[in-house]
Design a protein around this ligand. Sequence first.
Ligand code: PMP
Length: 409
Amino acid sequence: MKLDSQIIQNIRADFPILEEKIYGKPLIYFDNGATTQKPLCVLEKIEYAYKHLNANIHRGVHYLSQKATEAHEEARSTIAGFLGATKREEIIFTRGTTEAINLIAFSFGEAFCQEGDEIIVSVMEHHSNIVPWQMLCERKKMQLRVVPMHENGELQIDAFRRLLNEKTKLVSVTHVSNVLGTVNPVDEMIRISHEMNVPVLIDGAQAVPHIPVNVQEMDADFYVFSGHKIYGPTGIGVLYGKEKWLNALPPYQGGGEMIEKVSFEKTTYNVLPFKFEAGTPDYIGSTALAEALRYISEIGLDNIAAYEHDLTAYATEQLSAIEGIRFIGTAAEKSAVISFLVGNIHPYDIGMLLDKLGIAVRTGHHCAQPLMDSLDIPGTVRASFSFYNTKEEIDVFVAALKRVVGMLS
Ligand code: PMP
């Protein structure tokens, strides 16, 4: 199904915030890489859950507790289906991508890493896929190795091959760069890593809202994402892990839910997925996230990918007319992200003035300071799109940018 302008108008009507006026101007929201807006069905799900099925889950004998448990566990099954996981037990709820990566960096580090071992990340990682590994490296006296990229923002796969060696314990790379929009060849990187028996974690934060993902087809060992970037609520995220790995890892946090039996002499741990879910889980968040996934699955990720691809190509073409513009990230495979600089104008100034015209873009280092350093730039202006954005909005944005550049040049 092609998402034509009538369908997009209907979709836009599902997102109440798109009606907002910013300084009297219609909101143009191009900061979807940071977080996405929420459709009514997700907002209503949150309200419904609090109004009609709020009770702490698991082991409650009473009606409401059982209903809430059912909703939470159904959400787990929906997410397993969405990612193409073999089993629902392979889905662990976390607070987001960041917590999921910290969980693996800690638990995998405890179980499988020792002094002298190496972890591979790429130069385009978000801080949340760098710092937890640095902390592990510091704890265990290990080395972090970094896959470099070509000038256009594509990873150097030959260099990646050369970095892998018998000391490599894990590879952790982003599926889609939040700055460059590059869609990395994760299938190939996983295949190459597996030839050396090295497991791979894929940071899917910027991928799952835009392209269909199947963890079994790509053969990822771990795949993580955040609910709020995929039209769901904040504070909930997902760690997918192959059962064999999750069973082999020690718990990350201790507390209620994650235990089988506790005594002062010895505590034994619960089975998957509960072993990794200490404390009261965000059962409202999980239920609302499942609703968000149902919503976008109904539109269809293939349709979303095609529409956003057109939109990004159109924006790139229109922006190219601006004198002095320099695109940061021009990989052949790109997602709905455009990072750019204009002449010597500071990105922050562009962002500030666009804001006054009702246009929300992000400026700065985008939590990827090592990437900025490697490009020798302080930051970029980033426009990141969703299927609820339109070519008309891009026209307004490009005209506004021309005005802003004129004022600042
Ligand atoms: N990885 C990538 C590629 C991201 O874009 C982000 C968010 N900008 C994160 C990780 C961190 O996600 P969160 O803050 O939701 O944990």
